[in-house]
Ligand binder design. Structure first.
Ligand SMILES: NC(=O)c1ccc[n+]([C@@H]2O[C@H](COP(=O)([O-])OP(=O)(O)OC[C@H]3O[C@@H](n4cnc5c(N)ncnc54)[C@H](OP(=O)(O)O)[C@@H]3O)[C@@H](O)[C@H]2O)c1
Length: 355
């Protein structure tokens, strides 16, 4: 049976970039690439720009089942919600049904995020945490996040893996980190944590560090993030059985940089454009935190989740798929001036809140 692939979040930053790269990446061994869209304009774009087949569908349990079975979709890339387990299990159940009918192997790739394996999510900070560790799922399952949204998101990751085992389908957890660079898709072209840093600075009138100095976080250029999705897709489609389930964890990152360096570069870029008065990075007082929270449309404790924290997650697993990032971690610091300009051009209300 031929493989049929569904990419969700096709109008998003990560999903749009993935879809745009697909056509140029010589992906083989599939019949149809479907893209989930929500409007006629999006449908038109995915078809004319990328040759993908648009699908409009509610994402209720019954319509997901219908979509997967009617189109015989056996590979799903889920890029629309890293936090909540609202629809992933419905996809997994539908994939199981397809597998029973056709005998074909089925795959579900859930997009999570590096925040879910940070200090704020209850991971012990005792050295690098490699994404190919044998006990990575057990570590994840035993985490006790300090923030409700991370508790929810860690539970979602475990739900995906557990449901994959229960329903006998291959699942993968894909972890983006601080992704930067202009998205290559037709929809949203800006990221999340860099965008949140700008929104917080606009709200507070300056760049404020939420917490102690010296914290670091993995980073990844959007092209490298996309090429890991492509490498995973190729490995799935050519039947090379990439690690999955409890061992199917893949971080897209070339390495880490200091938040303090990110804050400084962004403060400079924002001050240069007159968005804030001066480029000094200050410790966030309670008032500044409240102003940042208001601007970000979250509660005060969630500000640190959005633009701070320590994450020791380290990418090695992608190398098994032949993935090699092009951009060294320090590249982000050179790129942040352009990143700020891009964000200021494209920022809208939809970029605020838990995403
Ligand atoms: N960007 C990053 O740096 C980063 C880092 C870590 C994790 N992640 C996670 O990766 C996922 C994708 O991120 P992103 O930056 O690509 O986000 P994004 O640009 O906001 O894109 C979200 C996509 O999901 C679609 N979507 C949202 N709700 C939907 C629904 N109910 N039905 C159908 N489609 C829906 C949106 O469609 P519309 O355009 O129609 O709204 C859009 O295509 C998110 O869950 C995010 O938390 C991202």
């Amino acid at each position: 049976m031929a493989n049929n692939v569904l990419i969700t979040g096709a109008s998003g930053y990560l999903g749009g970039s993935f879809l745009a790269a697909w056509a140029q990446s010589n992906v083989q061994n599939y019949q149809t690439l479907y893209a989930l869209v929500r409007s006629d304009d999006q449908a038109d774009k995915v078809k004319t720009l990328y040759g993908a087949e648009p699908v409009r569908s509610e994402i209720t349990e019954e319509s997901i089942r219908k979509l997967v079975l009617e189109k015989q979709i056996n590979v799903v890339f889920y890029l629309i919600d890293a936090y909540f387990a609202k629809r992933q299990v419905a996809f997994i159940k539908a994939l199981e049904e397809l597998k029973k009918t056709t005998g074909q192997e089925v795959h579900f790739v859930h997009t999570s995020g590096a925040k879910m394996v940070s200090d704020m999510a209850g991971v012990k900070m005792d050295g690098p945490l490699y994404d190919n560790r044998d006990d990575i799922y057990e570590i994840h399952k035993s985490q006790k996040p300090k923030h409700w949204e991370l508790e929810e998101a860690v539970r979602t990751n475990c739900t995906v893996v557990d449901a994959g085992e229960k329903h006998n389908i291959r699942t993968y957890l894909f972890f983006p980190c601080i992704v930067y660079g202009k998205g290559a898709g037709f929809g949203n072209v800006i990221s999340i944590q860099t965008v949140d840093t700008v929104i917080a600075a606009q709200g507070a009138g300056g760049v404020y560090r939420p917490g102690r100095p010296g914290k670091t976080w993995p980073v990844c250029h959007i092209e490298d993030n996309t090429s890991l999705y492509i490498s995973l897709a190729k490995a799935i489609l050519n039947g090379s059985n990439p690690d999955c389930g409890k061992h199917g964890v893949y971080l897209a990152s070339s390495g880490s940089v200091g938040w303090d360096d990110i804050y400084s570069a962004m403060a400079k870029a924002l001050a240069k454009r007159g968005v804030i008065k001066d480029a000094t990075v200050k410790y966030a007082t309670d008032d500044a935190l409240q102003a940042m929270a208001n601007a970000l449309n979250v509660q005060k404790p969630s500000v640190a989740v959005k633009i701070g924290g320590q994450c020791n997650f380290t990418a090695v697993h992608g190398k098994d798929l032949g993935w090699q990032p092009k951009y060294a971690p320090a590249h982000i610091l050179e790129a942040l001036d352009d990143e700020v300009a891009l964000i200021l051009e494209n920022l809208s209300k939809k970029h605020r809140g838990i995403r």
